[in-house]
Design a protein around this ligand. Structure first.
Ligand SMILES: *Cc1c(COP(=O)(O)O)cnc(C)c1O
Length: 444
C-alpha cells in the first residue's frame, strides 16, 4: 500500500524532528481506543465525496496535493508553527520567504514584497486593499468573466467597481476597457490570466499600452492560471500574455490550485517592496524575537498555518518550478489533455465547443434548437456521466459571449448551461479519450 510506505517515511522524519528537541513532541495522554473509533467514523463520513483524486474526476478545480506536500504538512503540524511572527514560526517563516521569493522569480521579479495567504480570496483582498491605499478615490474594474470575488472585495475595502465586457473567447475586451477608462476614474484594472470559468487569458499586452495613457495599477489575478507561466506549449498569443506578467503591480497565485498544495495556500506578490509601508501597525505584544521582518508585519491575516509554508517549500524542493522541469511538463500535459478533448468535441456533430482552451479548461455544449433545450441536455449529460463514474462540471455562459456559430439557435433565455471540465491532473492526458467515450456513450 502506498500510504504504508508514506507513513514509514513520515515516521522516520518525525523521529528526526523529535531528536532535534530531545524530548517527546507528542501528546502522551491519548485514549487510542476512542481515537480509533472516532477516526473510523470520520473515514465513513468522508466517503460522501466525489473522487477528486481520481482521473475520472474532471469537473471542478480540484487537484490532489502531492504526497510530499501532505507529508511535509503533517510533519510540520506536529510543531504547529504560526507564521504570523518569528516567535511562533521561526523555521517555517524562513521557508515561506524562500518559497515566495521563488514564485516571484518565476514571474520575473528579483525584488518583491509578498507572502502566503489562506487562499486566493484573501490574497486578492490584500491587492485591492493596497490599491485603495494608493488610489483612495478611484474605482476597480475587472472583466465580466473575472472571479466574482473582485466585486465583493471592492465593496469590503470601500472602492467603486465596474465590469468590462468580454469578447466571445471570454477575454477582457480592451476597447470596452478603454471606453470605461475615458469616462470613469479607474485606479486599478484586474487582469485575469486564466479565468475560473473558462480558463481565458485576458489581453495583458493590450492593457499595458492603455496603462501608459490612463495611468492605473494593474493587478494580475493568476490564482488559477499562474503556474502556466512555465508551460511552453500554449498558443503564441497566450504565451505572450504570460511573458508580460512582470509588468503587473501585483500578482495573485494559488499554490492550492495548480501548485499541488492542500487547501489553505494562496500567495500575494507586489512588485514594489515599498508598499510594505502601508501595512504599518502597532502591535504591543507580538514581535519580540528579532529585528528581522516578521510576516505578520506585511500581512492582513494574523495567525496562519506555518505548515502550509513548509508543505509548499518541500514541494518546490521536490519539484523546482522551472521551465522544462517535471512540474512544467505536468502543466503542459494538462493543456494537451484539454486540446485533445477539444478536438473530440470539434469532430463531433452532436457537440459545439465554445472556444479553444487557452490552458486546461474546456467548455462545450450538446447541440440543440434552443438555449433551453441545450441547457437541459447539458444537465442530463452531467448527471449521466456521474452515474458512470466520470465527473464533469456545469457553467452558465451569457448569450452575449456566444459566437456566430450559435446564430441559428433560438435564444429563449439569457444564458446557456454548458459542460465544463478542468483537466488539472497530468494523468488526464492518458484518460481523456476514455472520458470522451463515456460522454459520447451517455449522449445518445
Ligand atoms: C479560485 C480563484 C479565486 C479565489 O481563490 P480562493 O483560493 O478560492 O479563495 C480568485 N480568482 C481566480 C481567478 C480564481 O480561480
Amino acid at each position: 500500500m502506498q500510504w504504508q510506505k508514506e507513513l514509514e517515511i513520515l515516521g522516520a522524519a518525525l523521529e528526526k524532528l523529535q531528536n532535534n528537541f530531545g524530548y517527546p513532541i507528542h501528546e502522551t495522554n491519548v485514549n487510542y481506543a476512542s481515537l480509533e473509533k472516532v477516526l473510523s467514523e470520520v473515514a465513513d463520513k468522508m466517503g460522501d465525496n466525489y473522487p477528486y483524486f481520481d482521473p475520472n474526476y474532471a469537473g471542478q478545480m480540484l487537484k490532489p496535493p502531492h504526497p510530499i506536500a501532505r507529508l511535509a504538512y503533517t510533519l510540520a503540524m506536529h510543531i504547529n508553527p504560526n507564521n504570523h511572527a518569528l516567535d511562533g514560526g521561526r523555521a517555517s517563516s524562513s521557508l515561506e520567504k524562500e518559497a515566495v521569493a521563488e514564485i516571484a522569480n518565476m514571474f520575473g521579479w528579483q525584488e518583491h514584497l509578498g507572502h502566503l495567504t489562506g487562499g486566493g480570496t484573501m490574497a486578492n483582498m490584500e491587492a485591492l486593499w493596497i490599491a485603495r491605499k494608493i488610489h483612495p478615490d478611484k474605482i476597480v474594474v475587472a472583466s465580466e468573466m473575472a472571479h466574482y470575488t473582485h466585486e465583493r472585495i471592492s465593496e469590503v475595502v470601500g472602492l467603486g467597481f465596474s465590469k468590462v465586457g468580454c469578447d466571445n473567447l471570454g477575454r477582457m475586451d480592451a476597447s470596452a476597457l478603454e471606453e470605461i477608462l475615458k469616462t470613469k476614474n479607474v485606479g486599478t484594472v484586474v487582469c485575469t490570466l486564466g479565468t475560473t470559468g473558462t480558463g481565458s487569458v485576458d489581453p495583458l499586452t493590450e492593457i499595458l499600452p492603455l496603462q501608459k495613457k490612463y495611468n492605473f495599477r494593474i493587478h494580475v489575478d493568476a490564482a488559477y492560471g499562474g503556474y502556466f507561466k512555465l508551460a511552453e506549449n500554449l498558443a503564441p498569443e497566450t504565451t505572450e500574455q504570460y511573458a508580460n506578467i512582470h509588468h503587473a503591480d501585483s500578482i495573485v497565485i494559488d499554490p492550492h490550485k495548480h501548485g499541488l498544495q492542500p487547501y489553505g495556500c494562496g500567495c500575494i506578490l507586489f512588485k514594489d517592496p515599498l508598499v510594505g509601508g502601508y501595512y504599518q501597525h502597532n502591535s504591543p505584544y507580538t514581535y519580540f524575537s528579532s529585528a528581522e521582518l516578521h510576516l505578520g508585519e506585511i500581512s492582513l491575516e494574523c495567525s496562519r498555518a506555518g505548515a502550509a509554508a513548509v508543505a509548499l517549500w518541500a514541494t518546490m524542493k521536490y519539484f523546482p518550478i522551472k521551465p522544462k522541469s517535471d512540474f512544467a511538463n505536468g502543466l503542459e500535459k494538462c493543456h494537451s489533455a484539454a486540446l485533445k478533448l477539444y478536438e473530440h468535441i470539434e469532430n463531433d456533430e452532436a457537440s459545439i465547443s465554445l472556444f479553444k482552451p487557452e490552458i486546461d479548461i474546456v467548455v462545450w455544449a450538446p447541440t440543440g434548437s434552443s438555449l433551453s433545450s441545450i441547457s437541459a441536455k447539458s444537465n442530463e449529460i452531467f448527471e449521466k456521466t456521474a452515474k458512470k463514474g466520470v465527473h464533469l462540471a456545469l457553467i452558465k455562459i451569457p448569450v452575449k459571449l456566444l459566437s456566430n456559430e450559435w446564430d441559428n439557435i433560438e435564444k429563449d433565455q439569457e444564458y446557456v448551461t454548458c459542460l465544463r471540465s478542468c483537466l488539472m491532473k497530468h494523468q488526464h492526458i492518458d484518460w481523456v479519450d476514455r472520458i470522451w467515450e463515456t460522454i459520447k456513450d451517455v449522449s445518445h
